[in-house]
Design a protein around this ligand. Structure first.
Ligand code: PMP
Length: 354
């Protein structure tokens, strides 16, 4: 029986996507060849890449608005470097909301002055800083929309003249936002989009070409745009599975539909965390992530009992990250409300047992 998969990433993907992806490994669309043994220059794969790039923009409402979508390699971590390489001329601002922002800051410091405009490090990143000032002379402001480890999520994005760059690795395609507010968005595939191995970059083209340094081809967004995201051999399987997941999302009604489902899942789990005295939420209530819910036991002595109970219920991937401890329930797009219900039942069973 398939487990209820609350893993933080790589994580659950829609079952129908997994079936179609595995079929394509044997044979892609009756062409007599596997997806992973055809040339990336074949008409079949070129069509896959084109559809993936345009569907990403369509889902985000960015088609025809001066943006380009790329599917590159190296994970979101390579984007920490690439963003700075392409955009940082003198100084940039970063909001430090957790481990991943911290790593992005460390990489960007190799290229210029980095101003940490705000940080929630003082409280082990359990909240999102607000009301900070943003100087107008920054090359860009970098944000992390969802903090996978700490379970916080930016609900309101700052209004600024400065170009906004956002790491959306763990909440891309999960909620409606005005995506035109952002000049560059990047997201590793392995949460809401597909398997590990590719990273979606959505960039406003007029932001590029403004730094004086020479950029190595593989790190140059303009080179990748000029080659339709095929400057080198793309990660064909990861791009194909991402396309299947985006089609799945589009067929169900796109981001507005999944957002409603994600809200229901998050409300169900957070109300259990709040009402059940056996548990405590980690993140500040107003900043709680709808993707990753972090919580701890009020009484650590019941840990073994609780762990045995959720494993017995067929739940996977609930252990928290070592920087927070306790538990983390990741509720990405493909996780059903039913799976969250199973977890909530286990939590209330624990309360009944006392
Ligand atoms: N940013 C965020 C918000 C993440 O959650 C992660 C990975 N979980 C990363 C960046 C790093 O991604 P990758 O492992 O693809 O480099």
């Amino acid at each position: 029986m398939k487990k209820h998969n609350f893993s933080a990433g790589p994580c659950i993907l829609p079952q129908e996507v997994m079936v179609k992806a595995s079929e394509a490994v044997i044979e892609l669309d009756d062409i007599g060849l596997s997806l992973i043994e055809i040339s990336h220059r074949s008409k079949e794969f070129v069509a896959i890449m084109e559809e993936a790039r345009s569907l990403a923009l369509e889902l985000l409402g960015l088609e025809g608005k001066g943006y380009q979508a790329l599917f590159l390699q190296g994970g979101a971590s390579t984007q920490f470097i690439t963003v700075a390489y392409n955009l940082l001329e003198s100084k940039a601002g970063y909001v430090n909301t957790g481990t991943w922002s911290d790593k992005a800051i460390k990489e960007a410091r190799l290229f210029g002055e980095i101003i940490e405009v705000a940080s929630s490090k003082d409280k082990n990143y359990n909240y999102i800083p607000k009301g900070y000032g943003i100087a107008n002379d920054l090359d860009y402001l970098h944000l992390t929309s969802n903090n996978t480890i700490f379970g916080t999520q930016i609900k309101e994005f700052p209004t600024t003249q400065v170009p906004l760059v956002c790491d959306m690795s763990s909440d891309i395609f999960s909620r409606q936002l005005d995506f035109t507010k952002f000049d560059l968005i990047y997201a590793g595939a392995q949460k809401n989009m597909g398997p590990a191995g590719t990273t979606l970059i959505v960039v406003k083209e007029d932001l590029l070409g403004n730094v004086s340094r020479k950029i190595p081809s593989m790190l140059d967004y303009q080179v990748h745009i000029g080659k339709d995201s095929m400057f080198n051999t793309p990660p064909v399987f990861a791009v194909y599975v991402s396309l299947l997941t985006m089609r799945w999302l589009k067929d169900m009604g796109g981001i507005p539909t999944i957002e409603e489902i994600n809200e229901k899942k998050a409300n169900l789990l957070y109300s259990e965390i709040d009402l059940n005295p056996m548990f405590q939420g980690f993140a500040k209530t107003e900043d709680r992530s709808h993707m990753n819910a972090t919580f701890t036991l009020a009484d650590e002595s019941v840990k073994d009992t609780f762990d045995a109970m959720w494993k017995e219920a067929g739940i996977n991937g609930l252990n928290g990250h070592r920087s927070v401890g306790g538990y983390r329930a990741s509720m990405y797009n493909a996780l059903t409300l039913e799976s969250v219900g199973v977890l909530v039942d286990v939590m209330s069973d624990l309360e009944r047992k006392g």
